[in-house]
Design a protein around this ligand. Structure first.
Ligand SMILES: *Cc1c(COP(=O)(O)O)cnc(C)c1O
Length: 230
């Protein structure tokens, strides 16, 4: 068994245990393997171990990997910040984007999504714990953006994503994730048909699942440690 396969088993067991502790069915939470900084061989090893959904932060690096692994039936999620000059690459190569926090970005993604591909699946990124400098819309701005994004022809709005700062204990992490869940629920209450709440990483996936996450984004616990700055 490869190290990646062993790590995947451990992470799946953590997800299952967290679901069980929260009284949720294990099938309610999708595991996104965050492969940023790791090469195509690591992704192929994870795929061989049954993983199909992968998350990437750095667009150029991702596009290279996606192209190299074209023959595998993988699903690619953009989870990094998107500058305006990168929207075309994202629209052409990814299946999902979790980090939509401006209408301008969403409009470009919709316009640039190639006609032969299905709609791009997107989440609105929400900032529940930072200042205005942090990526993501503030909770009170989420509904207006979500309604505008939902109306774009080549995007399909699936839900909400957030990256709260790490906090020391389980209860504090749950409280932050609960703020994201509240935004998700509020958008649904307004009639938006959402099914994806993308939150939780290697260190805090248990708290995220406790608070209602439907998709955890896990890098380190699957692929190992990354070099600090990329
Ligand atoms: C890198 C990254 C992850 C994975 O983080 P780990 O701590 O390695 O599990 C998840 N989400 C986003 C947005 C990331 O940038």
């Amino acid at each position: 068994m490869t190290m990646i396969e062993k790590n995947l088993q451990t992470v799946r067991a953590r997800v299952a245990a967290a679901c069980s502790a929260a009284g949720r069915a294990p099938g309610e939470v999708t595991l996104l393997a965050v492969s940023k900084t790791f090469g195509p061989a690591a992704v192929a090893a994870a795929h061989a171990a049954g993983q199909t959904a992968f998350g990437e932060n750095y667009i150029q690096e991702a596009v290279q990997k996606i192209t190299q692994l074209r023959q595998l039936p993988l699903q690619w999620h953009c989870i990094g910040p998107i500058q305006s000059n990168k929207t075309r690459l994202v629209a052409e190569h990814f299946d999902w984007v979790h980090t939509v926090d401006r209408l301008k970005t969403a409009q470009r993604l919709s316009e640039q999504r190639p006609a032969h591909l299905p709609a791009l699946q997107v989440c609105i990124q929400v900032n529940v714990d930072g200042g205005a400098a942090k990526s993501g819309v503030l909770p009170q701005e989420a509904l207006a953006l979500a309604q505008q994004v939902a109306a774009l022809p080549r995007l399909r709005l699936r839900g909400v994503m957030s990256i709260p700062e790490p906090v020391p204990d389980f209860a504090a992490a749950c409280a932050l994730f609960a703020r994201v869940k509240a935004v998700f629920d509020a958008l649904k209450a307004e009639g938006l048909e959402l099914d994806t709440l993308s939150m939780g990483m290697s260190a805090d996936l248990e708290a995220a699942i406790h608070a209602g996450s439907t998709m955890v984004r896990v890098g380190t616990a699957i692929f190992g440690g990354r070099a600090k700055v990329v």
